[in-house]
Design a protein around this ligand. Structure first.
Ligand code: PGA
Length: 268
């Protein structure tokens, strides 16, 4: 049985002390739960502070990105061993915001900045291959833009994203992989994907794992949904058979909301 994973992606929010305060509240409320896995993904600078707060609880720590080299002259980058040293267990990879595919609905966004965030399948593949030997668990984000969906390309985009990121990686290295289906048009927009449709696409992701690898891996990997998840829609989403959890952005910054979302997960 796949244990539900409820992950909070704090994005570029909360200073170390603010993050520690939120983590302290969450620890008191849901820190010892074992029926669901609760994961907090603060910014790099808040990882240490949050790590200290959640130590000794059941909660897990994750990073929002990583660089693929272990050390060296790579200004501004953070390596897999550095993440391990602060207690990270997970790393989010390929979020649409690091792929430079975000902000289409934001009227204030200067879209000329998007190429600076252009993560590719090749860089993601390097990152994935770099973290696995350190025991870090990838949460690989995939998903289509609205234009891609309307053109009927949802499945082909997702399959290409999966094939690119997983290229050359053996199935027996991927038992701790989670894949988050995050339709770009649903992220931060309040426009949640319909639960039936999210379930269908998550099923497609599982089928793709079956095609690329085998049944056993497909049945083991957790497939999450992400994109405007909140307490009011989480129950329906999390009760879909192909959805094993949620990657929560905005709503994870509110302790009560995040707690309520965690209680929407079915006991499996
Ligand atoms: P959102 O973000 O919940 O704020 O839509 C989800 C995500 O980007 O992971």
């Amino acid at each position: 049985m796949r244990r539900p994973l409820i992950a909070g992606n704090w994005k570029m929010h909360l200073t170390p002390s603010e993050g520690a305060a939120l983590a302290t509240t969450l620890r008191q409320r849901i820190g010892m739960r074992s029926d669901v896995e609760i994961l907090l993904c603060p910014s790099f600078v808040a990882l240490q502070a949050v790590s200290e707060v959640i130590r000794g609880s059941e909660m897990k720590l994750g990073a929002q990105n990583v660089f693929w080299r272990g050390s060296g002259a790579f200004t501004g980058q953070v390596s897999p061993p550095m993440l391990c040293a602060v207690g990270c267990e997970y790393v989010i990879l390929g979020h649409s915001e690091t792929r430079g595919r975000f902000g289409v609905n934001d009227p204030d966004l200067d879209t000329s900045v998007l190429p600076y965030f252009s993560e590719t399948e090749a860089t993601l593949n390097r990152k994935l291959c770099a973290i696995l030997p350190h025991g870090l668990k990838p949460i690989l984000c995939v998903g289509e833009t609205l234009a891609e969906r309307e053109a009927g390309h949802t499945e082909s985009i997702i399959r290409a994203q999966m094939e690119g990121a997983l290229q050359g990686v053996a199935g027996d290295e991927l038992y701790d992989l989670a894949i988050a289906y995050e339709p770009v048009w649903a992220i931060g927009t309040g426009r949640v994907c319909d639960a039936d449709e999210a379930n269908r696409v998550c099923g497609f992701i599982r089928q793709t794992l079956r095609d690329l690898y085998d049944d056993e891996l497909a049945e083991t990997v957790r497939v999450l949904y992400g994109g405007s998840v909140k307490a009011s829609n989480a129950h329906t989403l999390l009760h879909q058979p192909e959805i094993d959890g949620a990657l929560v952005g905005g709503a994870s910054l509110n302790a009560e909301e995040f707690e309520q979302i965690s209680y929407c997960a079915p006991k499996r």
